[in-house]
Each structure stands twice: as C-alpha cells, then as structure tokens.
Design a protein around this ligand. Sequence first.
Ligand code: SAM
Length: 267
Amino acid sequence: MTTDTEHTPGCLQTPALMAAEPELAAAAQQLARHYQLPEEANEHDFVLELTQFGVQLRWKSQPKVTPLLVDFVRGKQAWRRQAGGARDEAIVRALGIAKGHRPNILDATAGLGRDGMILVHAGCQVRFLERNPAIHVLLSDAINRAQHDDSIGPWVTERARVLPRGSIIEQAYAQQLAKEPPMAIYLDPMFPHRDKSAAVKKDMQMLQHLAGTDEDSDQLLPAALAVATHRVVVKRPAKAPYLAGQHPSAQVPSKKHRFDIYIKQAY
Ligand SMILES: C[S@@+](CC[C@H](N)C(=O)[O-])C[C@H]1O[C@@H](n2cnc3c(N)ncnc32)[C@H](O)[C@@H]1O
C-alpha cells in the first residue's frame, strides 16, 4: 500500500529493477511496473536484477558479495524444511502451533520470509507483510517460484500469501487487516548488530544496509496487539531489551534468540 519510500529508513531512493540478460528486458520492465520500481539504473547502492532463476539483489559497491536470491526450493532453506524439524523449532512453540491447532498468522516484518516459511511448513496460513520495496520484491518472487514448484507448490500456494507492500504501523493498513484479523502476529524487526564479524550473515548485512535498523520498531508492538486476536510473538537477540520496553507474558529461548510472547487471550 505504500507508494513511495518515505517510510523506509536508510533508503533515500528505491533500487531499480532491471534485466540481467537482454532476453529478459521485457519481463523485467513488466515486473518493475507491477511493483512500481524504477526501470532505469540509478544511484542506489543496490539493484534488483531479473535472472533466469528469479529476482536477485546485487550490492553494487560490494562486488565480492554474492547477489542475494531467496530460494525456498533449493539450498539451505529447503534443507531445513526437509530435515523436518518444524515442530521442534522454538518459533513454532512460541506461536502455540500444535497438532490439531494451527493459528492463522500475520508475519508483519516478513523480510526474506525464512521464519514465515517455517510457520507455513508447520501447517499455518501465513500472510507476509513487508514495507521495504526491494525486500518485498525478493520475497514475492521467491514465494511465487515456490508456489510453482512441483513438490512444495501445492502447500505453499494453499497457505502462503504475500500482501501488498506496506506496514501494520500505517493506520489505513492496520484498519484493512483488522477486517480479517490474524490470530497471531509475528514480529522480527531489525536489531542493530554491533558485531561486524561473520556472525552476522552476509544476507542480513545486505538487508541492514538496504532497510536500515528499523528505528521505529517500538511502534510495531502496540499496532500488532491492536490487530491480532490472540497473541503477538516478538523475536529478539537473547540479550536485547524488550520491544517497546513491554514485559512479555511468556518466553521461549532459542540458541541466539528468544521469542517474547504477548498473550491477549488463550487460543
Ligand atoms: C530482521 S528482518 C526480518 C527477517 C525475517 N524474519 C526472515 O526470517 O527473513 C526485518 C524486516 O522487517 C521489515 N520491517 C521492519 N519494520 C517494519 C514495519 N513496520 N512494517 C513492515 N515491515 C517492516 C524490514 O524492512 C525487514 O525486511
């Protein structure tokens, strides 16, 4: 729903979406128009490129960094799902997903959709909401490709939906969501990493450069609590302060993170 970049901290301009190969020029132009992104090269440090494998994000000033293409079908994400451990994941427990109980969820800071796809795999209907124009395209493209895959396509199509770009902290968007409210909202705003080591994965570094550090993240909690019918779950680094300084009702720890659970009512 956002039509400009004014809500996107750290992003004065939007990356262009262009073809990586001349044969894809028409398709790239169509995509750029669909997502309302610039079609011509610009000064932005990132560019979205349509390749034959999907849309990738290239960091122009860091040529050694491999362009980022989200892929739920092959690679690490696929491996995590095939290993099957969805039910053991802390995020799944925090959302209160159990056999016979699969709440519908809004992932209101969807990012690259990795956490959200764990919830989809665990059997939940998940709506993905992202405000950053470039990240929104990467995610939409990845979910779209997953939906067309022979093996995972059927359940991804049935359960995963990427919403129009925007944010739950925009009043009009929140009102729209409240018409069909999710039982649970999942929040994972960017947290400023002081640690510049390899511990911060390259794709997270790219995301931080692109989207900034979500300085307005405290606004997410009241907005989510107003819309969700049952609970809000917030992912935080293990030692980070509570989002909006608000004590949770319960917590689920994981290796490097914790999931703070804010319960409005029991499922
Ligand atoms: C740490 S990333 C989320 C990573 C995600 N959980 C994943 O597994 O890929 C945070 C994302 O939330 C988005 N974001 C932050 N604040 C937002 C807001 N108020 N509304 C919508 N998206 C937001 C950022 O643009 C960024 O893409």
